[in-house]
Ligand binder design. Structure first.
Ligand SMILES: [Zn+2]
Length: 438
């Protein structure tokens, strides 16, 4: 891949400032130059670099998804996910990995796999170039308790293969389980600290003892791994802070003490609420049997109200709220993840700028890559999107693949911009994108 010079683009650099017109030079897998220019002012071509006239398109960092399950298979139940045979399942994950990149998610944080090694194998295949996909952190299965969220075994079929999660009871079983996943090579241990109403165990109920949780965290630390928790209940959110669980998924029910704890430790945690899943389960899943009466019985409308209130409070307190969460159900298919950004604006009170920053600037530390990712700045890794239109004016355009003109990951185009294709004039931009080699 030759070096690439983007000219005549509106640059959103991830720093929170208004976008500016300029050029971006990519050399190898890094951004080597970012220059402000006047609109329409032609820049000097760089020898050996492919020049792309962005025609006023919006250039931004690739997005980071904080709560991804490649192995969820766009079906309506946990059973449907678990019963997919491993051979089909790994192919499914590979196809989904590509879908994320197609939609501009150049990094994804795995938040649990449906079988022990699916995430690890996919991450390795992406890294060695066997398949295409985003940068990826691989997760374990969901670690749970007998009868807890993710224990889908039947009394007459107790075999672990029938369990969606890894079922443990007691500190020593927890230790053994964490060690097993570390042996497999996961980046993250996922632990289910609370229930999930759709599985029959109310979201507000908590599972595991403090001693079991402490063993999980202690053993993960020994291996240098991160812990992420499914934590909808107040007790479970507090456990995350008290026991040092870095990634908190959901956090729907936060009482005042939980909010205070999170605020006091805000740079030690990430919160990914998975709002789209709640919103769409309540409002858009009737055709899958989740009618208004059914979801009311599951208490999801109340949880949605609580989650919105919690996220509004956490946003005000400066806690990092990240997009992503449980896409891969029939009513939240993979690829539609940018809905989270729209919902952040609509329900949480974020400005479009804040929503964009949550998917970019905060993504670097979420990926354990600090400030190398999530910025259009000299020295940063070249994960870049070229967008037709202005997400700061309409955040929903990021849900439309046709509006994401180009996706670059690590300095290579996954999707190059269309050459010389006539496009409607938007915000005064010229009608074509042209590419030529200097
Ligand atoms: Zn999840």
């Amino acid at each position: 891949m030759s070096d690439v010079l983007f000219t005549n683009v509106r640059i959103f650099d991830g720093g929170g400032e208004a976008p500016f017109t300029g050029d971006v030079l990519v050399q190898g897998n890094r951004i080597s130059r970012v220059v402000k220019t006047g609109y329409g002012q032609r820049s000097t071509p760089v020898l050996g670099a492919t020049t792309i006239d962005g025609a006023g398109a919006f250039l931004m960092p690739g997005m980071v998804e904080a709560h991804t399950h490649f192995s969820w298979n766009d079906q309506p139940s946990l059973d449907a996910i678990q019963r997919m045979p491993p051979e089909e399942h790994i192919l499914w994950c590979a196809e989904v990995a590509k879908r994320y990149l197609d939609m501009g998610w150049t990094s994804c944080v795995g938040a649990a796999a449906a079988k022990p090694r699916l995430d690890v194998v996919i991450r390795n295949a992406i890294n060695d170039g066997t398949i295409v996909g985003p940068r990826y952190l691989a997760a374990s299965q969901e670690i749970t308790v007998p009868g807890g969220l993710g224990d889908t075994t039947q009394p007459h079929l107790p075999q672990s293969e029938f369990a969606f999660g890894a079922v443990v009871s007691g500190a020593e079983e927890m230790r053994r389980c964490v060690r097993m996943f570390c042996k497999y090579g996961v980046d993250t241990l996922k632990i289910n600290l609370s229930g999930e109403s759709i599985t029959g165990m109310p979201s507000e109920r908590s599972q595991f003892t403090e001693a079991e949780i402490a063993t999980c965290v202690e053993e993960a630390k020994v291996w240098g791994k991160r812990v992420a928790a499914h934590a909808r209940s107040t007790w479970s959110v507090k456990q995350c802070v008290k026991q040092g669980i870095e990634v908190i998924y959901h956090a729907s029910f936060c009482d005042e003490e939980a909010l205070d704890l999170l605020e006091a430790h805000k740079f030690e945690h990430f919160v990914a609420p998975g709002l789209a899943w709640l919103i769409r389960t309540v409002n858009n899943a009737a055709e899958y049997g989740l009618t208004p009466e059914v979801v009311k019985k599951m208490d999801y409308p109340r949880e949605l109200d609580a989650a919105i209130e919690s996220m509004r409070a956490l946003r005000k307190r400066g806690v990092r709220i990240m997009p992503g969460g449980d896409y891969g159900f029939a009513w939240t298919p993979h690829g539609s993840n940018a809905k989270d950004l729209e919902y952040f604006v609509k329900y949480v009170g974020m400005s479009p700028m804040e929503a964009l920053l949550s998917a970019t600037a905060w993504g670097g530390p979420m990926m354990k890559m600090g400030k190398q990712l999530g910025y259009i700045r000299e020295g940063c890794l070249a994960d870049i999107l070229l967008v037709d239109g202005d997400p700061l004016a309409d955040i929903s355009i990021l849900q439309d693949k046709a509006r994401i003109l180009a996706v670059m990951k690590d300095g290579e185009f996954h999707r190059a911009p269309p050459v010389g294709s006539a496009r409607p004039v938007r915000s005064g931009a010229p009608a074509t994108i042209t590419r030529w080699a200097a």
